[in-house]
Design a protein around this ligand. Sequence first.
Ligand code: HSE
Length: 306
Amino acid sequence: MKKIRIRVPATTANLGPGFDIFGASLSIYNELEISLSSDPKKAKFVIVGEGKKILPKNEKNILWKAMDAVFGLLDVSDKYTLSSFNIKLTNNIPLSSGLGSSSAARTAGIVAANAICGNKLTKSEMLDLGIKLEGHPDNIVPAFYGGVCISISGPEDKFEVVKLPIPKMQAVVCTPGFELATERSRNILPKKYDIKDITFNGARIALLTKAFCTNDFKLLEQAMQDKIHQPYRAKLIPVMQELISSAVKAGAYGACLSGSGPSMIAFCNSKKAKEISKVMAGVWKKETVPVKQFILDFDGDGVKII
Ligand code: HSE
């Protein structure tokens, strides 16, 4: 087996009202290099970049767990252990920040293990496995497919994917200097909703689809409003509403929480991106919270063997 190199994008999920439905892939990439180790005692697991000091370099690593799940599905678990491989993971996606770092790791692991086994699983089988490991589809789907995706749940936990046109705009991401685990951010959500809140979101999901299909981004300010998850998560990110309104005031088409947060994302014409980024960072600076800022394009490819 030659060395395999895989590139996998960051993703933003929900896009406001599309909780567990909408997702898009963005131009920050993690890279995995993997080869068979000639001597299991000398096998290396190296992590460079985000999480290099804290991510486990053993069987607990989610990239390895995803690989192992593929080996299990293909009935070759006896043949491969972690020490069968030299692994180098270069992470550029911030961890637990609402930019799909765990999906990126799982996607890279699944694609790598499948390639090692001669690509026996189809894309949709890999996707089903990824969604099962992740628990929700809206980061995994764009990580596999690229672009803006709608995930439609069907019978037996199978998902259909609808891809929308790649929007001609940029994404400004503002990531505060604290992590927020998806589990915590999901546990804060109610178990039941008022039907008015559901129709509020349903109407905006329809509008969001129209905005992306027609490139009518003026619709986004209203189309990105949400009553299903952001109001509850605002308890964890108290400046959420101020970030959204300042981004829009500075010229963004619309803004929302990225996935389960804590990053916030605003969509805009490229000419406005720097100013919006500055204004959003300023909101966090007032709270003395440091931020990382990214001005990103939409990624059209999804995961790739390079
Ligand atoms: N739809 C998921 C959530 C995305 O909001 O919990 C997590 O990145």
